[in-house]
Design a protein around this ligand. Structure first.
Ligand code: ADP
Ligand code: MG
Length: 134
């Protein structure tokens, strides 16, 4: 996947684009883009499947958990092809209490893979940015 080239293309439309500082996960590359005063996470999968799976997980969570979904999982605005757009989160140390809270939420609604790398601070609260279904 030509991630470097993709970054250049994104920079044309969003001049301050950069790679997410924690780098990239195994499946996705994350580009932080600036949209006016807002920051967004544009995630690019290696394959279509990587993105579709994430979006399905998120949609199911919305169905099952209702309002609690967006309180605990960073909102995904949109997905198409190899890309999805998600609320920006900051990578800061995850307090044990928050980790436990999100793990309980995850267990209740069938999410797995709740490692710290998948938890970020969105606005003022810690939220899950990436999870798989059990
Ligand atoms: N919404 C986000 N805002 C900012 N950075 C993010 C966001 N989502 C993910 N990241 C960063 O990118 C990394 C990889 O993203 P992730 O969705 O976990 O992909 P993967 O499926 O490859 O694990 C995360 O560990 C995190 O550091
Ligand atoms: Mg991840």
């Amino acid at each position: 996947m030509p991630y470097g080239e993709m970054k250049k293309v994104l920079e044309v439309f969003f001049p301050r684009t950069r790679h997410a500082p924690q780098g990239n996960g195994f499946y996705k590359h994350v580009f932080i883009i600036h949209f006016g005063k807002r920051k967004l996470a544009s995630k690019m999968g290696r394959r279509r499947k990587d993105i579709r799976k994430d979006y399905t997980t998120y949609k199911q969570l919305r169905k099952r958990a209702g309002k609690k979904a967006n309180r605990n999982f960073a909102k995904i605005y949109w997905e198409s092809g190899l890309f999805m757009l998600q609320k920006y989160g900051k990578g800061v140390a995850v307090p044990a209490r928050e980790r436990e809270r999100l793990r309980r939420f995850g267990t209740r609604y069938g999410l797995k893979d709740l490692r710290d790398a998948n938890i970020m601070k969105v606005d003022r609260t810690f939220k899950i940015v990436d999870a798989e279904r059990r």
